[in-house]
Design a protein around this ligand. Structure first.
Ligand code: TEU
Ligand code: CA
Length: 547
């Protein structure tokens, strides 16, 4: 197992729009992040993943980039970016930018040129343009955000491909010019001194050029077999690495929709020269039915545990993962995987024990370190996410009531994790003294950083302890993972072992007290989320033992 700084790091993900506003316009910005650097540093952060801050019409909150070489004015200036990077490096904190190059905004200059009539101009082949079929789109592909993955441009009499919103046309990576432009973007930001990239939907950059119809009955299967893992994806990634990334001491983490266990090391194998690690998304779909997040199914802990064990085995010593339980695309972990009511504090701590004792680089999403929860807005008008609003149009057309759809959004929607950071109990939770772009979760008066700083048993304090503990023991980074009592329906128990230490992690994923079904002889109790451990695991109790 090769050792690297990026394997031993703790990543903290900041959704800049929602973190801290510094100029009263209700939108989080770089100035706000600068104000909170000591908080970020005190947590034990080694790396920040910053969601996109480039020029964008914000159709998908910055994942629709109209200029890769700028900072969106609402986030601040390039000078502020340079200052932020300098301040982060002064604190030994590295910065990952979000690289979104599967698609651009439809307001990017390349697309404005590309959509001009005719096909014989230089930007036509920057995107995918096809003739329609039987008066409709070229094939039956559906967007991640609902509806057809093609939009017709009358002036050109052709359809363009967009796996996401109509304002996110997919770039044509078959075109060497596109690849050269992407390399220029990488070099621009790397030469400014950033420390790497999180690569958005990177398995989708190589398309199946026959554009054949897909079996769209199961969207997860379409992602795996049609949108991701295309014929040239590894060639393109190796080209980026050979021509740019390998010339810098940086880290890369790919967002991996559709990457399966058997394919993973083709992307992250140490000998592959492609990516350092990926966020796989398999455990993010444990409650998704065939229709995706708004077609939910009951969660199953056995499936959840088998995924964690299966992925650890698939990666083995040959590759690496970043491990997480929530990010800006999925509901708050304490609401989704545990209990955000009576046992919220114990649950939030217990879930942190999972990601901070698992093999892989932990990624903590802002606000989860204080146990922030999903939000329950009671009107569609309070929601902002393009995916949520697009699906509302589709569900409404199918006759679904606003109340029924709101229930789906309140448990599965992405705005659950995009409400502003809850700093204190002052108005708008100290996030802004203006009018926030999205409402603050009303529970901010009880759940906020200030509260956690003053409480002796807070989630925040526990995260700091757990992060410090992980840094103290390399066994928790590099040690082998071994699942125990895999068939147990309430407990997730596993070992982490190397020639230095043997850890045993006991996590109760249930609301009930459960007998401990494993031996603890010879182990010493190291840490837990509840005081005075006994032979019974209390609801949502986590215990960490060592020998
Ligand atoms: O997400 C794409 C993705 O595969 C998952 O996050 C999920 O499938 C998606 O949220 C739809 O349910 C990336 C970014 O993380 C996301 O924020 C962007 O909206 C998307 O790509 C397009 O850039
Ligand atoms: Ca602002």
């Amino acid at each position: 197992m090769k050792k690297h700084w990026w394997k031993e790091a703790i990543i903290y993900q900041i959704y800049p729009r929602s973190f801290q506003d510094s100029n009263g316009d209700g939108i989080g910005d770089l100035g706000g992040i600068l104000q909170r650097l000591d908080y970020i540093s005190d947590l034990g952060t080694d790396v920040i993943w910053l969601n996109p801050i480039y020029d964008s019409p914000n159709d998908d909150n910055g994942y629709d980039i109209s200029d890769y070489y700028t900072v969106h004015p609402e986030f601040g200036t390039m000078a502020q970016f340079d200052h932020l990077l300098e301040e982060l490096h002064r604190r030994d904190i590295r910065l990952l930018m979000d690289l979104v190059v599967n698609h651009t905004s439809d307001e990017h200059a390349w697309f404005v040129q590309s959509k001009q009539p005719g096909t014989d101009h230089p930007y036509h082949d920057f995107y995918f343009w096809k003739e329609g079929k039987n008066g409709g789109p070229p094939n039956n592909w559906q967007s991640f955000f609902g509806g057809p993955a093609w939009t017709f441009v009358p002036a050109k009499n052709m359809w363009y491909l967009h796996l996401f919103s109509t304002k996110q046309p997919d770039l044509n990576w078959e075109n060497p010019q596109v690849r050269e432009e992407v390399k220029k973007v990488l070099r621009f930001w790397l030469d400014k001194g950033i420390d790497g990239f999180r690569m958005d939907v990177i398995p989708c950059i190589s398309k199946h050029l026959d554009f054949a119809d897909a079996d769209i009955s199961n969207f997860g299967h379409v992602i795996e077999t049609v949108y991701s893992n295309g014929p040239r994806v590894h060639e393109f990634l190796r080209e980026l690495n050979r021509d740019v990334l390998s010339h810098y001491d940086v880290m890369t983490v790919g967002e991996g929709p559709g990457i399966t266990m058997d394919r993973a090391n083709l992307y992250v194998g140490h000998d592959r020269g492609e990516l350092d690690m990926i966020f796989h998304l398999d455990h993010m779909a444990v409650d998704h039915g065939p229709g995706g997040r708004f077609d939910p199914r009951p969660k199953d802990l056995l499936e959840f545990k088998q995924l964690w064990a299966g992925w650890d085995q698939a990666i083995g010593d040959r590759g690496w993962l970043s491990v997480f339980l929530d990010n800006h695309d999925f509901p708050r972990m304490v609401s989704r995987f545990a209990d955000d009511k009576k046992h919220r504090i114990a649950s939030a701590k217990m879930l942190s024990m999972l990601i901070l004792t698992m093999r892989g680089t932990p990624c903590i999403y802002f606000g989860s370190e204080i146990g922030m929860t999903n939000v329950q807005f009671d009107s569609i008008a309070d929601y902002r996410d393009v995916e949520t609003l697009n699906f509302w149009k589709i569900m409404q057309a199918k006759g679904m009531s606003e109340q029924d759809y709101l229930q789906l959004v309140q448990s599965q929607g992405r705005d659950n994790v995009r409400t502003p950071m809850q700093w204190d109990s002052s108005s708008h939770a100290g996030f802004t003294d203006g009018n926030p772009w999205i409402r603050v979760n009303p529970n901010y008066e009880q759940i906020n950083v200030q509260e956690d700083r003053e409480a002796s048993d807070s989630v925040l304090l526990f995260y700091q302890q757990m992060i410090a503990m992980r840094k103290q023991y390399e066994t928790l980074v590099y040690g082998a993972f071994e699942l125990l009592v895999g068939a147990h329906c309430e407990l997730f128990i596993y070992d982490r072992i190397d020639d230095q230490h043997h850890f045993r992690v006991l996590l109760n994923f249930s609301n009930g007290a459960v007998d401990i079904p494993v031996e603890l002889d010879g182990f010493r109790y190291l840490l837990g989320n509840l005081p005075d451990p006994t032979e019974v695991l209390r609801p949502w109790e986590g215990q960490l033992w060592i020998k």
